[in-house]
Design a protein around this ligand. Structure first.
Ligand SMILES: Nc1ncnc2c1ncn2[C@@H]1O[C@H](COP(=O)(O)OP(=O)(O)OP(=O)(O)O)[C@@H](O)[C@H]1O
Length: 214
């Protein structure tokens, strides 16, 4: 599964926020998008996810494995997103959070997927706990797993490690990139922190609407 942007441009009135940008993110690769505040990073992610504010005018194509996504609503794109404030639903248990958004299927199969996800998150037996009884790092791992059990075809990460303290950030980076690579999902990550870039990963820098490949 590869994510491809072809000559994507985004305008807001006369302002050319993103000038034509083409990019292919390979299966399992995480490409980092950096740039100053207000440079359009989150707007580009919204365009890919299909929920760009209609104030913007966009052109160009997004495709997954050659299938165009243009015109599809967000839920039909099967793109997972993780934000810095990716709070779990507080009134649901950890297991119910994981079940939310999981594709339909037999109950036993869904529960088995919950158990597998909890094992991968190194949180076996945490299914019945309410989210507030988990640490910040534990909640962050569940939030990633909740995105992944929905079987996304691509992932968009918007400053995913921002709210974590330095030690947790390092562990969470490893956790996120390992799981994305293992599932062969293409991933685009926005961050301000050079330390978030996965080892050997490609970095794009957005400035004045143009992208420099660093
Ligand atoms: N709904 C909107 N109406 C008008 N302007 C908007 C709207 N949403 C975003 N913008 C503007 O578009 C520009 C790009 O915003 P965007 O959130 O993509 O920036 P960013 O690069 O993600 O910034 P940051 O790093 O601060 O999160 C900003 O100047 C912002 O003020």
């Amino acid at each position: 599964m590869a994510l491809r942007l072809e000559q994507v441009s985004i305008r807001l009135g006369d302002w050319s926020l993103i000038q034509p940008l083409s990019l292919t993110v390979a299966p399992g690769e995480t490409v980092t998008l950096m740039g100053g505040s207000g440079s359009g990073k989150s707007t580009l992610l919204s365009f890919i996810a299909g929920d760009l504010d209609p104030l913007f005018t966009a052109a160009g194509g997004v495709s997954l494995d050659g299938a165009a996504l243009g015109g599809l609503p967000p839920e039909a794109r099967h793109i997972g997103r993780l934000f810095q404030d990716d709070l779990l639903f507080p009134h649901l248990t950890v297991a119910e959070n994981l079940l939310f958004g999981m594709p339909r299927g037999a109950r036993a199969e869904r529960l088995a997927k919950v158990d597998a996800a909890l094992a991968e998150a190194e949180l076996p037996g945490f299914g019945d706990r309410p989210p507030h009884t988990l640490s910040g790092g534990q909640r962050a791992r569940v939030a990633l797993m909740r995105a992944l059990v929905a079987e996304p075809r691509a992932m968009l990460l918007d400053e995913p490690f921002n709210k974590l303290d330095a030690e947790l950030r390092q562990a969470m980076r490893r956790f996120v990139f390992e799981h994305i690579a293992a599932r062969r999902i293409p991933c685009l990550m926005v961050t301000h922190d050079d330390a978030d870039v996965p080892p050997g990963g490609r970095v794009l820098r957005l400035k004045d609407g143009k992208v420099a490949h660093a």
